[in-house]
Design a protein around this ligand. Sequence first.
Ligand SMILES: NC(=O)c1ccc[n+]([C@@H]2O[C@H](COP(=O)([O-])OP(=O)(O)OC[C@H]3O[C@@H](n4cnc5c(N)ncnc54)[C@H](OP(=O)(O)O)[C@@H]3O)[C@@H](O)[C@H]2O)c1
Length: 275
Amino acid sequence: MRVLVLGAGGMLGRDLVDAAERSAHEVTALGHAELDVTDAAAVEAAVQASRPQWVANCAAYTRVDDAEHEAEEALRVNGEAAGVVARAAWAAGATALYPSTDYVFDGEKKSDYVESDPVAPLSSYGRSKLAGERAGEGHLVVRSSWLFGVGGRNFVETMLGLAARRDELRVVEDQVGSPTFTPHLAEGLVGLMEADARGVRHLTAGGSCSWRDFAREIFARTGAPVRVAGCTTEDFGAPAPRPRRSVLASEHPDTPKLPHWTEGLDAYLAARVPA
Ligand SMILES: NC(=O)c1ccc[n+]([C@@H]2O[C@H](COP(=O)([O-])OP(=O)(O)OC[C@H]3O[C@@H](n4cnc5c(N)ncnc54)[C@H](OP(=O)(O)O)[C@@H]3O)[C@@H](O)[C@H]2O)c1
């Protein structure tokens, strides 16, 4: 299988390149500096040149809080450019893969969200990702959540950085999701491409937790001498609203199963290079 990965320098992009190469696929990797996905002519030329079966669009505007005041830019990258990539892929006989997010849901459902549940994004970022999901006909949309991967901006590094400077932290306890290790997600994405999947799929780590419990597990494993107290979403006061409970499940029996999030955390801590 020939795969073109866009946004290949990002947290997920890098791990997807690795996972596809490990499965002996032929990969062309283009980072932001090599290709801007909002440049339609450049996207078309890149797709034509690499003649892929799949175009994995890992390029994204991912600063959830900044998107509240940069809504147009978020929509341009996550929404409009997703349409550009999906159309360029289709014109070249390829399929686009669009990674999406649990933030397309409002988090009010009491049980896990499946693919056919109604979407209702709360934030500008969530709306831009939903626009991207809807921008490509015949593409594969894979929603995941709470990503962490080596070398990326992520919650684990944020917590370890704070623990080095403080002995007590307050961490949000009323948001629940599934922290997903990007190499595990990347392997699942390769599996879905190999299976020629289409439509919307939910693909996250097994299990779920609050951000507070995630933080406690990080410190339990690293031995950082820091106390973790819970706080509410309101107390924390992040600019972008986030879903309270956005645990995802798949209603498609052939969707790959990823390891539990604590296994992802162990693998992350074993692989990370301390700052
Ligand atoms: N992180 C999460 O918790 C999470 C959760 C669910 C879903 N997702 C989705 O998973 C995907 C990957 O996220 P990630 O966490 O790997 O994000 P990331 O580390 O921020 O990577 C995104 C990459 O896209 C690049 N990019 C931004 N604008 C671009 C443009 N116009 N043209 C080309 N490249 C551009 C960025 O380059 P620069 O750094 O140079 O801007 C960066 O390398 C995204 O679709 C995201 O929405 C993420």
